[in-house]
Write a protein that binds this ligand. Structure first.
Ligand SMILES: *[C@@H]1O[C@H](CO)[C@@H](O)[C@H](O)[C@H]1NC(C)=O
Ligand SMILES: *[C@@H]1O[C@H](CO)[C@@H](O)[C@H](O)[C@H]1NC(C)=O
Ligand SMILES: *[C@@H]1O[C@H](CO)[C@@H](O)[C@H](O)[C@H]1NC(C)=O
Ligand SMILES: *[C@@H]1O[C@H](CO)[C@@H](O)[C@H](O)[C@H]1NC(C)=O
Ligand SMILES: *[C@@H]1O[C@H](CO)[C@@H](O)[C@H](O)[C@H]1NC(C)=O
Ligand SMILES: *[C@@H]1O[C@H](CO)[C@@H](O)[C@H](O)[C@H]1NC(C)=O
Ligand SMILES: *[C@@H]1O[C@H](CO)[C@@H](O)[C@H](O)[C@H]1NC(C)=O
Ligand SMILES: *[C@@H]1O[C@H](CO)[C@@H](O)[C@H](O)[C@H]1NC(C)=O
Ligand SMILES: *[C@@H]1O[C@H](CO)[C@@H](O)[C@H](O)[C@H]1NC(C)=O
Ligand SMILES: *[C@@H]1O[C@H](CO)[C@@H](O)[C@H](O)[C@H]1NC(C)=O
Ligand SMILES: *[C@@H]1O[C@H](CO)[C@@H](O)[C@H](O)[C@H]1NC(C)=O
Ligand SMILES: *[C@@H]1O[C@H](CO)[C@@H](O)[C@H](O)[C@H]1NC(C)=O
Ligand SMILES: [Cu+2]
Length: 567
């Protein structure tokens, strides 16, 4: 009898599905992430690193547009951890977003947390990573979202799809690096290597055997899904003798264009087609840091992997090296970023807010704070800090989402200013030292549901200025404009791209310049916004939005799951 009922219900479901009445994201992918230490050796030395399931980079998660992921994160390590789904909007459900003390308390050692993730319109390459202190250095992996069934890529189907994860490696324990620079007040130690899929490549010592190799066949096309999981640098990437066709960024398609190299900022993803159209041979793909600031110590060695054609050729000479822009080639970096445009075709319409109801201007600065002790190792015996609108963010003890949801007082304040508290020449040459001192607070900015928001992200030249890859959680935004110097509210909007601006979740604000982004505040919750350079985050370059509930029943925050970690 029960079996008959079951079969009957199944038949009804199949019937409804065929009628198109059931949501497409009925498909649920279940994963288990066990956080644990594992020994890894690189650069002629070995150490234990934090991993997911013992893998580095971590497991690749595959899904189709609109699917659901359920990921049980079990912490078998010795430190607190959280996992963030970078670029996933988490509609009405910030509970699974991950940043520690913003939307959840950390998953403590010996406990687990099941994150439920409904994908919505994301399509392309995204990624996941730890969002607690600097654990993301080794706790990260790709999230690949293919077109939903019965739809296709807006380009010919590639022969294969290959995740390319750019990473960064310190010989020391990463936690020791963090503790050291936060204690001394100095800048963080530069890393010892950059990595492609977990390996430094032939230009570094002791890596030859493990270097990542991509075997290709002449005349076939490969989709490289490139993730910048580097901690502290924008990167240039290219493949020797091959042009790349850029087709996507941050889980959205772009108008295809050819380029000899790409620029990719921490947090960003870029999808490129690699046509194996050269003479059968072996070629390096390489990535190196972009660094425009004189006096900042950075790792200047190129990380490499090998593209090897099938066929008969001599491998006695090393592969050909790619021609990458110079380290300080700001035009190469900025021009590439500005070349991204939404695909914006019939199958991939865009929805740029044209009627902005909330205008915000946020400044991003590196700062200094006085030393609590006699002297720190930052500039002039002070310690480094960083801020948004002159507020250096202080992490609360209880996550902001829980405090907001349960109306717990005293955890945060909701007066994050819409405009910088001080007006000065943000990109001036010799700014007075007093401007370097930020306030330290836990402030959020409240947005009404449904407002059409424009934020001008303005870099400042305090302490020289540097690029800031700004990442917003819970949304993708249209990058409608960008430029050098100070944003001009009368002139610059006249040059906005409102036709096919790229849809991104991370935008590199060029050194001593600005970027203007727009989005509709239609996802209620608490959403973090921060620079994706990890040392800037540690110094306080972050803030959070609270987007209030709307009136409709589909416009309200969903309740938390029962296994939400407690503080
Ligand atoms: C989509 O197709 C894949 C492979 O054919 C299949 O495994 C999956 O169940 C399908 N998903 C949905 C939602 O129909
Ligand atoms: C996860 O934690 C819960 C307690 O919150 C426990 O009952 C359960 O057994 C744990 N699951 C696993 C797979 O460890
Ligand atoms: C995911 O979507 C389903 C179907 O719309 C809904 O029932 C469920 O509450 C959603 N879950 C989350 C975590 O958003
Ligand atoms: C940072 O670099 C300094 C100078 O090279 C070195 O003495 C120190 O041990 C390094 N710290 C860590 C944690 O590796
Ligand atoms: C590389 O592999 C070869 C052959 O398997 C082996 O003889 C050699 O010791 C390896 N080198 C390193 C550095 O691991
Ligand atoms: C590759 O394409 C070219 C031009 O279409 C053709 O001449 C050549 O034979 C092809 N090579 C292989 C190995 O398919
Ligand atoms: C890389 O940096 C080192 C110092 O750290 C310097 O000696 C070397 O010339 C630099 N190489 C390049 C190619 O800039
Ligand atoms: C590969 O090329 C070499 C040198 O040109 C030649 O001697 C050899 O016979 C070729 N091998 C095959 C399998 O074609
Ligand atoms: C900037 O990028 C465009 C492609 O969008 C390219 O045509 C142009 O040559 C580039 N300009 C410079 C100065 O690199
Ligand atoms: C723009 O938004 C304002 C405020 O919500 C509204 O009064 C106005 O009608 C809107 N204009 C257009 C053209 O939609
Ligand atoms: C700001 O400073 C820059 C660099 O010195 C200068 O070129 C620019 O004219 C100044 N802008 C204003 C509005 O004073
Ligand atoms: C881990 O998280 C718990 C709960 O929020 C907190 O009380 C504890 O201080 C954290 N431990 C460390 C080492 O940060
Ligand atoms: Cu920054």
């Amino acid at each position: 009898m029960r079996l008959k009922v079951k079969i009957f219900i199944q038949q009804i479901l199949v019937f409804l599905f065929l009628l198109g009445l059931l949501p497409a994201h009925a498909f649920v992918h279940r994963h288990r992430f066990v956080i644990k230490e594992a020994p890894y050796s690189k650069l002629c030395s070995s150490k234990n690193i934090l991993t997911v399931n013992g893998q580095f980079p971590g497991p690749v998660i595959y899904a189709n547009t609109g699917d659901t992921l359920v990921v049980n994160v079990q912490n078998d390590g010795t430190q607190n951890i959280t996992i963030h789904w970078h670029g996933v909007k988490q509609p009405r459900y910030p509970w699974s977003d991950g940043p520690e003390f913003i939307t959840q308390c950390p998953i403590r050692p010996g406990t687990n947390f099941s994150q439920r993730i409904n994908l919505s319109d994301e399509e392309g390459t995204l990624w996941w990573h730890a969002h607690s202190d600097w654990s993301r250095a080794t706790v990260n992996g790709a999230l690949i979202i293919r077109p939903a069934n019965k739809t296709n890529y807006p380009f010919p189907r590639p022969t294969a799809e290959i995740p390319i994860i750019l990473g960064e490696w310190w010989k020391s324990d990463v936690q020791a690096v963090v503790n050291e620079f936060l204690t001394s007040g100095a800048d963080a130690n530069k890393s010892d290597a950059f990595l492609i899929n977990g390996q430094p490549g032939d230009l570094y010592p002791c890596s030859t055997n493990d270097t990542f190799k991509l075997t290709v066949e002449k005349n076939k096309t490969y989709l490289l899904r490139i993730v910048n999981a580097v901690m502290n640098n924008l990167m240039f990437f290219s493949v020797a003798n091959h042009q790349l066709t850029v087709v996507g960024t941050d889980g959205a398609y772009v108008k295809p264009f050819k380029s000899n190299y790409i620029t990719i900022s921490p947090g960003e993803t870029i999808d490129v087609l690699l046509e194996a159209n050269q003479n059968p041979n072996h070629y390096y793909m390489g990535a190196k840091a972009y660094n425009s600031v004189v006096g900042v110590d950075f790792n200047n060695i190129t990380t490499t992997a090998i593209v090897q054609y099938r066929g008969n050729y001599s491998t006695s000479s090393p592969p050909i090296l790619p021609d990458l822009p110079n380290f300080d080639d700001t035009n190469a970096s900025f021009n590439f970023t500005r070349s991204l445009k939404s695909l914006a075709d019939k199958g991939h319409p865009i929805d740029v807010p044209l009627n902005v109801t909330t205008n915000l201007l946020f400044t991003f600065s590196v700062n200094t704070l006085p030393c609590e002790d006699e002297s720190c190792s930052g500039p002039n015996g002070d310690r480094f800090a960083a801020s948004v609108n002159n507020i250096s963010f202080v992490l609360p003890r209880i996550d902001i989402l829980e405090a907001y949801y349960k109306n717990i007082q005293g955890v945060y304040r909701d007066e994050f200013p819409s405009f910088p508290p001080l007006n000065f020449n943000f990109t001036g040459d010799s700014l007075p030292v007093e401007l370097q001192r930020p306030d330290r607070r836990t402030e959020v900015h409240v947005l009404e549901y449904g407002t059409h928001v424009e934020i001008v992200l303005q870099g400042t030249s305090l302490l020289g200025g540097v690029d800031h890859p700004i990442h917003l959680h819970g949304y993708s935004f249209y990058v409608v404009g960008s430029g050098f110097g100070n944003f001009d509210k009368d002139k610059d909007p006249l040059n906005y791209n409102l036709v096919d601006p790229p849809l991104q979740n991370t935008i590199a604000v060029v050194r001593n310049g600005w970027a203007a982004i727009r989005f509709k505040a239609d996802n209620p919750g608490v959403w973090f916004m921060h620079c994706h350079l990890e040392r800037h985050v540690s110094w306080g370059m972050e803030m959070a939005f609270i987007v209030k509930d709307g009136k409709g029943s589909e416009e309200k925050l969903l309740p938390p799951p029962p296994d939400m970690p407690q503080c």
